[in-house]
Design a protein around this ligand. Structure first.
Ligand code: C2E
Ligand code: CA
Ligand code: CA
Length: 533
C-alpha cells in the first residue's frame, strides 16, 4: 500500500530505515547549459518504506527536523555520498563535487562539522568533492552562529552553497553578511513570471552575484525556454528536470560516465571588492535592486583600458527622466558615448575619473543628443552625480543619479541672453534700472547699479537696506519710503528727482507698476537718469 506515513509511523520506523538503507540518496546533476558539461551534483535524501512505498522529502524532512532526527539522517546521507565518491575512485570514474544538504537544525549541533569530517576522512575523500548546502532560514538562529559555522567549513576547505536564495525576505542582507561560495536560485519562486517582476528580480540577483564573483546555479529548470532565458541574463548553470531528474546511485554513475565535466566558475569576474557600506546597506540595496530607488539612477561599468562605458541597470525613473522615448533595451544597446559630442564626452569622462579618484560623489552637467523613432532628435541637458561603488581590474562600477535639467538650462540661457541685451541697452542709454518685487521686497538691480552703487545682485528688504547703506541722503529717505508706499497701494507710475550715488547727483527716478489679473501690484520697475540742467 503506497501512502504517506504519519508522523508517528515515521518516528517509529526511522532507526530501522537508517539501518536498512531505506533512507538513501538520489543524485541530480548540475549542468552548464552553454557547454552541456556537468559541474557537480546534489545529493537528495529519499525514503522508501517496504510497506508504504516512497515518501516525499517535503513530508518526512520536517517531521525529522521537529523530532530531532534530522542530524542522524543528514550524517547518513553524508556517509552515503562519501561511499559513492569512494566507489567512483575505486572504479576509476572521474570525481564530481557532490553537494549535501545541511538542515538548519544541524547549525545548532556543535558536533555536525566534526562528524562529517570524521566520515570524510574515514573514506579518504578530498574535501573539494564535497559541498555543503545551507538555506537562508539557517540564519534564523542568528547570523553570528551561521557565520561561525560557515567560516569553520571554509577553514576545512568546504565550499558552501546558499540554497533557495531569493525565497527569504532578507536575502540580500544575508548574502552580504555571509561568505557563501555558490548561490542557488530556486525557480519555484520565480516560476511563470519571467517577463514581469520575477524576471527583474532574477536578473538583478544574477547581476549582483556577478559583482560578488559568486557562481549562480538555477534550480528547478524544466524547460529550454527558461534555460535560454537564464543564459541570456548571464546564468548558465542549471539543475533541473530539463537535464536530469534525481536518480539512484547506479543510474547516476552510468550517467556521469557519458557527460563531460567542467569546474564551476563565477559567471563574470568583475567586482571583487565592494567596499561601499552604503551600497550594501539593506535599505538602499533592496531599493536599488528592486527599482524603487528614490530618484532616477543608472549603474554602469567604466573600463579604463579602452575607456568604454557599459550600462548595466537603469531604473524606471531613469527611463522617465532621461529616456526621451527610448526603451530599456535601446538604452542598453546603444553605446552611451554616442549621445555625447566631444566636448560633453570630455566633461563626463573627467567626472568619472574624478569620482574614481576621490571615491566621493562628483557632479557634472552634459548635453546629450538622443535620436529615437518616436521623438526624433532631441537635445537634453542631464545633471549626473556619479559615485564609484566597486572595482575589479580595469573595470569600475559606477552609480549615477541623474536629473533632466533641460528646462532650467533653457531658462537660464534665456535669462543670460536678456541680461546681456539689457546691459548693452542701459550702457548706451545712460540709465540705471531695477525691479522690486512687491510681495517679497526684493530688489534686483541692473548691472550698472551694481557697479556704480556697489549693490549686490539681490537686495533684500528694499528700500530699507538701501537707505541704511546710504544710497539716498537721509533727508530724502522718508520721501522715498512714501513713494514706495504709494506704489504698493496701486499707483501706476510715479516720478521724482532724487539725489543719488556717492556724489549726491540729482537723478530723475521713475517707477512703473506691473499688476496681476486682480489689479494687485506685483512688480515695480524703477529707472534713474541723470538730470541734465
Ligand atoms: P532542495 O534542497 O531545494 O532540493 C531541490 C528539490 O528540487 C528536490 O526536491 C529536487 O528533486 C527538486 N527539483 C530539482 N529539479 C527540479 C525541477 O526541474 N522541477 C521540479 N519541480 N523540482 C525539481 P526533493 O528531492 O523533493 O527535496 C525537497 C527538499 O528536501 C530539498 O529541497 C531539501 O530542502 C530537502 N532535502 C532533500 N535531501 C535532504 C537531505 O539530505 N538533508 C536535508 N536536511 N534536507 C534534504
Ligand atoms: Ca538543496
Ligand atoms: Ca533548492
Amino acid at each position: 500500500m503506497n501512502r504517506t506515513m504519519t508522523d508517528a509511523e515515521l518516528i517509529q520506523k526511522f532507526d530501522e530505515a537508517i539501518e536498512k538503507d531505506q533512507i538513501y540518496v538520489n543524485y541530480q546533476a548540475q549542468i552548464n547549459h552553454t557547454t552541456g558539461r556537468m559541474l557537480g551534483a546534489e545529493a537528495l535524501m529519499r525514503w522508501k518504506d517496504p510497506e508504504f512505498g516512497s515518501q516525499s522529502p517535503a513530508d518526512f524532512i520536517p517531521v525529522l527536523e521537529k523530532n530531532g532526527l534530522i542530524y542522524k539522517a543528514d550524517l547518513h546521507v553524508f556517509e552515503h555520498v562519501c561511499k559513492f565518491q569512494k566507489r567512483c575512485m575505486d572504479e576509476g570514474i572521474s570525481l564530481m563535487p557532490v553537494s549535501v544538504n545541511m538542515s538548519r537544525f544541524d547549525i545548532y549541533n556543535t558536533n555536525y562539522i566534526d562528524s562529517i569530517e570524521n566520515i570524510r576522512k574515514q573514506y579518504g575523500i578530498p574535501v573539494k568533492y564535497l559541498r555543503i548546502e545551507v538555506t537562508e532560514s539557517s540564519a534564523i538562529g542568528g547570523m553570528e552562529l551561521m557565520s561561525s559555522v560557515l567560516s569553520r567549513l571554509h577553514s576545512l576547505g568546504y565550499l558552501v552553497e546558499m540554497d533557495d536564495f531569493g525565497s527569504g525576505y532578507s536575502s540580500l542582507n544575508i548574502l552580504k553578511g555571509l561568505m557563501v561560495d555558490i548561490i542557488k536560485l530556486d525557480m519555484i519562486f520565480i516560476r511563470g513570471d519571467i517577463g514581469g517582476r520575477g524576471g527583474t528580480i532574477l536578473s538583478s540577483i544574477v547581476q549582483m552575484a556577478k559583482w560578488l564573483d559568486t557562481p549562480v546555479i538555477a534550480e528547478g529548470v524544466e524547460t529550454v525556454e527558461l534555460a535560454d532565458y537564464l543564459k541570456s541574463i548571464g546564468c548558465n548553470y542549471i539543475q533541473g528536470f530539463l537535464y536530469s531528474v534525481p536518480s539512484d546511485e547506479d543510474t547516476f554513475i552510468e550517467y556521469i560516465k557519458t557527460v563531460k565535466h567542467e569546474p564551476l566558475t563565477a559567471s563574470l569576474s568583475l567586482v571583487n571588492a565592494l567596499d561601499s557600506g552604503r551600497f550594501w546597506n539593506p535599505e538602499s540595496m533592496e531599493t536599488l535592486i528592486f527599482n524603487n530607488f528614490s530618484g532616477p539612477a543608472s549603474m554602469f561599468v567604466y573600463d579604463t583600458s579602452d575607456r568604454s562605458i557599459e550600462i548595466l541597470r537603469v531604473n524606471k525613473k531613469y527611463i522617465a527622466e532621461v529616456g526621451c522615448g527610448r526603451t530599456e533595451k535601446q538604452i542598453f544597446e546603444t553605446n552611451p558615448w554616442d549621445y555625447l559630442d566631444e566636448e560633453n564626452r570630455k566633461i563626463y569622462e573627467d567626472t568619472i575619473l574624478d569620482a574614481i579618484e576621490s571615491a566621493d560623489e562628483e557632479t557634472c552637467e552634459t548635453w546629450m543628443k538622443i535620436c529615437t523613432d518616436i521623438c526624433g532628435e532631441e537635445k537634453i541637458c542631464v545633471r549626473s552625480s556619479i559615485r564609484i561603488i566597486g572595482h575589479g581590474g580595469d573595470k569600475y562600477l559606477l552609480y549615477a543619479m541623474v536629473r533632466n535639467i533641460t528646462k532650467e538650462q533653457q531658462i537660464l540661457n534665456q535669462y543670460e541672453e536678456n541680461e546681456r541685451r539689457f546691459k548693452n541697452a542701459f550702457e548706451q542709454a545712460n540709465v540705471y534700472a531695477w525691479e522690486v518685487d512687491v510681495a517679497t521686497k526684493e530688489m534686483r538691480p541692473c548691472y550698472r547699479c551694481m557697479r556704480d552703487l556697489n549693490l549686490p545682485p539681490l537686495v533684500v528688504d528694499y528700500p530699507e537696506t538701501a537707505i541704511k547703506a546710504g544710497i539716498f541722503p537721509p533727508e530724502v529717505a522718508d520721501k522715498y519710503r512714501d513713494m514706495m508706499k504709494q506704489l504698493e497701494e496701486g499707483v501706476g507710475t510715479i516720478e521724482d528727482i532724487i539725489p543719488l550715488t556717492v556724489g549726491r547727483v540729482p537723478f530723475h527716478v521713475r517707477y512703473t507698476t506691473e499688476f496681476d489679473e486682480t489689479g494687485k501690484p506685483l512688480k515695480l520697475y524703477g529707472s534713474a537718469t541723470l538730470v541734465v540742467e
